[in-house]
Design a protein around this ligand. Structure first.
Ligand SMILES: *[C@@H]1O[C@H](CO)[C@@H](O)[C@H](O)[C@H]1NC(C)=O
Ligand SMILES: *[C@@H]1O[C@H](CO)[C@@H](O)[C@H](O)[C@H]1NC(C)=O
Ligand SMILES: *[C@@H]1O[C@H](CO)[C@@H](O)[C@H](O)[C@H]1NC(C)=O
Ligand SMILES: *[C@@H]1O[C@H](CO)[C@@H](O)[C@H](O)[C@H]1NC(C)=O
Ligand SMILES: *[C@@H]1O[C@H](CO)[C@@H](O)[C@H](O)[C@H]1NC(C)=O
Length: 519
């Protein structure tokens, strides 16, 4: 213990002596009319936030709000529980634990890489540090497409030529991998202090493997290429590992049901019925991966809307029970969450208790009816993220991965004009980028809930007119972290832990992360 304290002290002295750059710096806020603020970063300035160290009996509250707070910190001492406190009371039960947290992150798409590369080297560094460093959001997960997606400048896959090449004799990475994706992931790996778990996903294989000979539209994998498509994944693992990027997991194709109804969307896809997917996992993908040097890689199926989960995954397993020998987890996407209560996640979780559920993709602004794909300063979008993440974790999800890490102000590039919003919007002509409210929404979890944390039970005392959204965790260091979202008017929240309590004053439309060290 003594040695640990000395090294912490020594580290602090060194940092202060040499640079002092680890101090916090505030958001360079720009108010957007009728909206919240965005925080502006450029090659010489970007806001930074460090976690406040705690000693026994202390807690720190970090607040962000529609009114413009961004990780506003206050430290205080726990007080003995008293009944005099009015307002709303939550009781934490750290002995009752649920799922273990895997992490938080975003996707390194071509679009993200193109926008990032459009900044100067020092602004690029600021963007990566904003997400991955200890004075940023401390993201520890990345999703990377295997080949192209709708957020590319053109459709592509590996080994497009020669056609009908079942041996994949011409499989090589592309310009986009070498110019955008690999450099961006490497940079993230260097910025972070914990290993980044990378999840790789195919949208569409080369058209020659598909029934419709195209990247988009209604499609199936041709039966003669089932093994080839498994090998297609193995080759990607080899190529990225050779570039110094280990892959933690693969998913079994992005949104497999989109390709079943391909006529309503023009996104690169591959359609899979649950039965054919089950067969491919059991006969091709599973044995190929588990018999390879990459046998420990996680296999995540689903990777589709919450709506499809109970039907598609249950059917897959009912028809091919052996798939359970190969599947490690189930991926869920965000876009239909307003149609499907999160309770289906718990239901699926109960059916397969040794499989994890992870949120693999989310973004705002893609809906056709939305006027602004990019909505600068939108607090509503931050709130949607916050509530969705809280709800997902309260129903067993172990991780939450956002879509494009950054986009331009139009919400692209996307070759099919499927423009979307992103937590970071890049302005290359100004060599600057802005952090949207959604950025801080992600950070209220990713920065304070490290990998290995476990969700704990929270109950509430009655007697208050409105409640706050909440979720709580115990971290590997033994601190308790609570994330609260207050959707209504100002409220005082009392958090009881054992015989002590913390008090959090929350303004309207605000989020608070509270880290508590009780002993
Ligand atoms: C970068 O941002 C800071 C803080 O907002 C500002 O003072 C500075 O002038 C900006 N630098 C450039 C090159 O725009
Ligand atoms: C935190 O917020 C309070 C108001 O709630 C404000 O007085 C204080 O200046 C803020 N601190 C920082 C560092 O922004
Ligand atoms: C191999 O792929 C490249 C594109 O990556 C293509 O230019 C070349 O023609 C292909 N070779 C054969 C033999 O098809
Ligand atoms: C490995 O391959 C062999 C034959 O190729 C097969 O019998 C075995 O089931 C495979 N192992 C796994 C773990 O799938
Ligand atoms: C990159 O920046 C230049 C201006 O500096 C701009 O013309 C171009 O459109 C940008 N590319 C993207 C994809 O935003």
């Amino acid at each position: 213990m003594g040695a640990y304290k000395d090294s912490v002290l020594f580290g602090t002295l060194l940092l202060c002596f040499f640079s002092g750059t680890f101090a916090d710096s505030p958001c360079a806020a720009r108010k957007i009319a009728k909206k919240s603020v965005v925080c502006v970063c450029n090659s010489t300035y970007c806001d930074r936030i460090t976690k406040e160290p705690l000693t026994a009996g202390q807690y720190v509250v970090y607040k962000s709000s529609e009114s413009g707070l961004r990780f506003n910190k206050t430290k205080a001492n726990l007080q003995p529980v008293s009944d005099s406190g009015s307002g709303y009371t939550l009781l934490l039960h750290p002995q009752t634990t649920f799922q273990t947290v895997e992490g938080f992150g975003g996707a390194v798409t071509d679009a993200a890489g193109i926008n990032w590369k459009n900044l100067s080297a020092s602004a690029q560094e600021a963007l990566i540090n904003s997400y991955f460093s200890d004075y940023g959001l401390q993201y520890n997960m990345i999703r990377v497409p295997i080949g192209g997606t709708d957020f590319s400048t053109h459709p592509y896959a590996y080994n497009e030529l020669p056609v009908n090449d079942a041996q994949l004799s011409n499989y090589s990475l592309t310009y986009e991998d070498f110019t955008y994706k690999i450099p961006m992931i490497r940079s993230a790996m260097q910025a972070g202090s914990t290993p980044i778990h990378v999840i790789a996903t195919t949208w569409s294989p080369p058209p020659w493997m598909k029934s419709n000979h195209a990247y988009t539209g209604h499609s199936r994998l041709k039966p003669e290429y089932y093994q080839t498509y498994a090998d297609y994944h193995l080759k990607f693992l080899e190529k990225y590992t050779a570039e110094g990027i280990p892959i933690w997991a693969i998913t079994t194709t992005n949104e497999p049901t989109s390709g079943l109804v391909g006529f309503i969307n023009s996104i690169n896809n591959l359609g899979w019925t649950s039965g054919s997917m089950g067969s491919w996992i059991v006969n091709n993908l599973g044995p190929t991966i588990r018999n390879s040097t990459f046998k420990y890689i996680k296999i995540i199926t689903g990777d589709d809307q919450r709506l499809t989960l109970p039907y598609w995954v249950n059917l897959l397993i009912a028809e091919h029970p052996k798939a359970l020998d190969y599947i490690d987890g189930i991926g869920v996407h965000y876009y239909t969450d307003f149609l499907t209560p999160a309770a289906v996640l718990s239901e699926v979780g109960k059916s397969y208790p040794d499989k994890f559920i992870i949120a693999t993709e989310a973004c705002e602004g893609t809906m056709l009816f939305e006027k602004h794909h990019v909505d600068l300063g939108s607090w509503i979008r931050a709130k949607k993220y916050l509530i969705d993440i809280i709800d997902d974790f309260n129903h067993g999800v172990v991780g939450w991965i956002d879509w494009n890490l950054c986009l331009n102000v139009q919400g692209g590039p996307t070759y099919i004009s499927n423009f979307a919003d992103s937590p970071i919007i890049v302005f290359p002509e100004k060599d600057a980028f802005v952090k949207q409210p959604m950025f801080y929404a992600m950070g209220h979890f990713s920065k304070f809930v490290p990998r290995g944390s476990q969700r704990i039970s929270v109950t509430q005392k009655v007697g208050c007119r409105h409640s706050v959204w909440n979720v709580a965790f115990i971290t590997p260091k033994g601190t308790v972290v609570v994330v609260l979202y207050n959707d209504g008017k100002a409220i005082k929240v009392t958090i009881q832990l054992g015989g002590n309590q913390a008090v959090v004053e929350m303004e309207a439309n605000s989020v608070a992360t509270v880290e508590i060290m009780s002993n």
